[in-house]
Design a protein around this ligand. Structure first.
Ligand code: AFD
Ligand code: MN
Ligand code: MN
Length: 404
């Protein structure tokens, strides 16, 4: 497909706006999206898991799949792991295996939501013995970070209650503070703990970490190694996520993202499918934050049921790439002038102009310069990887899937 003429025209247009095309391409080439191990195994909803032929059955196969997504996209060089789903005896060996496939082990995700003892909460549980168990799992995950060289501990708690009066919300807050502050003692040097929030589910009356403000308050109590993790599927209808992102970035407390899309709640839809403009707004705040966004971790969090695993993951990665490209070509100089002039729709149209610009030739040029197929989705559909793993792995619901 000859995209060169389109690319040249686009490059000319950007240059005329005073945008450095080389700078934009360099940033796109350096983009790093981390994929989740649990997105490669079978996952589903509480109603049903439709098992996929070829879904990864263990962490080694998940690493193979993550390496395949990185091979096609060129911007997905690490995989987040989830403990105990991805537990192994030899973490050095696991790191070596990942490295041999061109992949690094990324964030470590403890699991505080599946063991029976966490039914009434983990770090917030009324029972000191259960809180102790949860702390033991937390420390185990910090030790695993040391073995894999992971720099991120990604914390999500399903903790909450279903009825007013079930437990003391204030006491649960104190227990959580205690556990999180205790955790900082075990974090490897130079690593960070990212505190994720979610406004409901699986608890339905209150969730102990329900919004960005609660996660932010906990991070402040835990010190500089603690930041907030924004999962784009975890907000009430109509929430302005770009505003939250902008505020946290400015406070240097935005640790990272779990990217997915939602229509009603935590639907784990493919990021950028039904929320492309929202994703563009988020990336525009990241671009405008400059060096305050330098250590943000861009991670995907999805566990699909009816979408083909690998195609869904590739699409998620590519949609983040598209949003970033659109955000990089906004004429921020003109935007600032129009903002100061109070030109409401003039400023708004500067954003729309970037969003509406067909950046596909730019992405195809970037991929070509990286030695990749300019059309990763076509490359995916043309090659044999999915058929190969389907034949080798067959269909199983096994350890390592989000639901067991
Ligand atoms: C579920 C939770 C949360 C968590 C993820 C991985 O809602 O997003 O980060 O599982 O544990 O999606
Ligand atoms: Mn998440
Ligand atoms: Mn979620």
């Amino acid at each position: 497909m000859d995209f060169k003429a389109d690319y040249d025209r686009l490059a000319e247009k950007l240059t005329a706006k005073g945008i450095s095309v080389d700078d934009v391409k360099a940033k796109l080439k350096a983009q790093h999206i981390e994929t989740p191990s649990w997105g490669y195994g079978n996952g589903g909803t509480r109603f049903k898991v439709f098992a996929w032929e070829g879904a990864a059955r263990n962490i080694y196969e998940k690493i193979d799949d993550a390496a395949y997504i990185h091979k096609l996209s060129g911007i997905a060089p690490s995989i987040a792991i989830h403990i105990p789903w991805d537990k192994v005896d030899d973490y050095d060996g696991l790191g070596e295996y990942a490295k041999s496939k061109g992949i690094a082990i990324g964030a470590v995700n403890p699991n505080f939501f599946q063991d029976d003892q966490y039914k009434l909460g983990s770090l917030t549980n009324p029972s000191p013995a259960i809180r102790e168990e949860a702390m033991g799992h937390m420390i185990e995950c910090c030790e695993i970070m040391g073995k894999t060289g992971s720099k991120l501990l990604s914390l999500w708690f399903a903790d909450g209650t279903n009825y007013a009066g079930q437990d003391s919300i204030r006491e649960r807050k104190h227990r959580l503070e205690q556990g999180l502050m205790e955790t900082t003692k075990y974090l490897p040097a130079g690593s960070r703990m990212l505190i994720e929030y979610k406004f409901f589910e699986p608890a339905f009356y209150h969730t102990d970490l329900a919004d960005w403000g609660m996660a932010y308050a906990m991070a402040l109590k835990c010190g500089a190694q603690a930041q907030v993790l924004v999962d784009t599927g975890h907000h009430a209808q109509g929430t302005n996520i770009a505003h939250i992102v902008s505020f946290l970035l400015d406070e240097r407390r935005l640790g990272g993202f779990h990217f997915n899309a939602r229509r009603y709640a935590d639907d784990d839809l493919i990021v950028g499918t039904n929320n492309p403009y929202e994703l563009f707004e988020i990336y525009s705040e990241l671009v405008q934050a400059g060096d305050k966004a330098d250590d943000v971790a861009y991670m995907i969090d999805q566990s699909h049921n009816i979408e083909p695993k690998l195609e869904a993951m590739l699409l998620s990665v590519l949609n983040c790439q598209t949003a970033y490209a659109r955000a990089l070509i906004v004429d921020y100089k003109k935007l600032a002038d129009l903002q100061l002039a109070g030109d409401v729709l003039g400023a708004q149209q500067v954003m729309v102009d970037a969003f509406d610009t067909d950046i596909r030739p730019l992405l195809m040029q970037v991929r070509t310069e990286k030695g990749l197929d300019p059309n990763p989705l076509a490359a995916y559909r043309a090659d044999e990887y999915v058929k190969k793993v389907a034949k080798e792995r067959g269909i199983t619901i096994s350890a390592g899937s989000a639901l067991q």
